[in-house]
Design a protein around this ligand. Structure first.
Ligand SMILES: *Cc1c(COP(=O)(O)O)cnc(C)c1O
Length: 389
């Protein structure tokens, strides 16, 4: 993988110029969309570095170099979805291996582990990873990795990255982090000891709700070889056009996130001060239990908020009354969305498990967009009013 000449620059500059910038052949400032499946060879085995686009494609390679550069890893990989990326990482394990996972991971990750990898004898145990002592206590001889999200989805719990990677490495385990909610603009887990970082690039990295993609970044060459092998062997790669769209989205990640977060702080405060609302979860709050740890490892509290309405509100009336926010799955796009985790993103998790971790039937998750922050706040507050029964 070519090392970018911008590797030592600030992230704002790397977002624009990192990885492989432009096109050497023509001087184009953007990496072209190499819409090709195969590449001509001079004689067998003699070629310009590309043989077949499952194995490698120049547009995808530029994206892979860019995400490696942004996360300060050694190598990046692009996939057809976040779950294709996660599938590839989980394929590092074999029958009899066990993973420790955060107890409110993305619902699709839970489903993949419990309904697919379980069939291959790879098991997992859910632990409250915000408490490192509980993580260490859960380690048994068959545990091979600790897989976390910080913040978690949808309750925004914060896990100490360095503490978990110290525990992982003391016991010879891999430390894997799904960094979808924060992106490298806010948090770079490899700088805090993580071995593998995963993204659903469908969310903030793409940023415009117009593509589905996944990324993986590793911190060492041996892991890089293993992931490259599985990427090619299993084949869930990202196509050239979506790779181009994702590079284009990433260029504005910093300016978008600055606005996302400004709006989120405004909305979180308004929700907290509203008597019809209880349990507002936002890592940016000073009284959030993970606030200090979050600031040690991240730039701010991001732009995802979850909350519950007090008794005497009808959640469906609330969703219907919203005018700017759309009720939809997904997050991280420029437009504001709300979702109902219990029946949407986390429906794959059994109700007992959901209730035990706090994903109640009344929980509402907000992905704050980049519209006018005051208008967004007013929209939420009027919908809360309208939902009284
Ligand atoms: C959406 C999401 C995923 C899955 O990604 P897809 O691109 O939808 O396959 C994984 N992890 C987190 C935290 C997500 O939000």
């Amino acid at each position: 993988m070519a090392i970018s000449r911008f590797s030592n620059h600030k992230i704002e500059t790397k977002l624009i110029h990192g990885g492989i910038y432009g096109d050497e052949l023509t001087g184009a400032v953007n990496v072209p969309i190499y819409q090709t499946s195969t590449y001509e060879q001079e004689i067998p085995g003699v070629h310009k570095g590309f043989e077949y686009s499952r194995t490698g494609n120049p547009t995808r390679k530029a994206l892979e170099a860019l995400i490696a550069d942004l996360e300060n890893g050694t190598q990046g990989f692009a996939f057809a979805s976040g779950l294709a990326a996660i599938t590839t990482v989980l394929s590092l394990f074999k029958q009899g291996d066990k993973l420790i996972i955060s107890d409110n991971v993305y619902g699709g990750t839970y489903r993949l582990l419990s309904k697919v990898f379980d069939n291959f004898g790879i098991s997992f145990v859910s632990v409250d990873t915000t408490d490192p002592a509980k993580v260490e206590a859960a380690i048994t001889s068959d545990v091979k990795a600790i897989y976390i999200e910080t913040p978690t989805n949808p309750l925004l719990g914060i896990t100490d990255l360095q503490a978990i990677s110290d525990i992982a490495h003391k016991h010879g385990l891999l430390h894997i982090v799904d960094n979808t909610f924060y992106t490298p603009y806010i948090q770079r887990p490899i700088e805090h000891g993580a071995d593998i970082v995963i993204h659903s690039a469908t969310k903030y990295l793409g940023g415009h709700s117009d593509l589905v993609a996944g990324l993986v970044v590793v911190n060492d060459a041996v892991l890089g070889e293993k992931i490259a092998f599985i990427q090619n062997a299993a084949g869930g790669v990202l196509g050239p056009f979506d790779s181009f769209l994702l590079i284009r989205g990433i260029k504005t990640l910093g300016v978008r996130l600055d606005r996302h977060v400004d709006n989120a702080v405004k909305i979180a405060d308004a929700l907290k001060n509203n008597a019809d609302v209880k349990n507002v979860y936002y890592p940016g709050f000073e009284d959030h239990p993970g606030h200090d740890i979050n600031l040690k490892q991240a730039k701010n509290g991001g732009a995802m908020i979850s909350f519950e309405l007090t008794e005497g509100h009808d959640i469906n009336k609330f969703f219907r009354a919203l005018s700017i926010f759309a009720l939809a799955e997904s997050l991280g796009g420029v437009e504001s969305l709300v979702c109902h985790p219990a029946t949407m993103t986390h429906a794959a998790i059994p109700k007992e498990v959901r209730d035990s971790v706090g994903i109640t039937d009344g929980l509402i998750r907000v992905s704050v967009g980049i519209e006018d922050g005051d208008e967004l706040t007013r929209d939420l507050l009027q919908a809360i009013e309208a939902s009284r029964v």
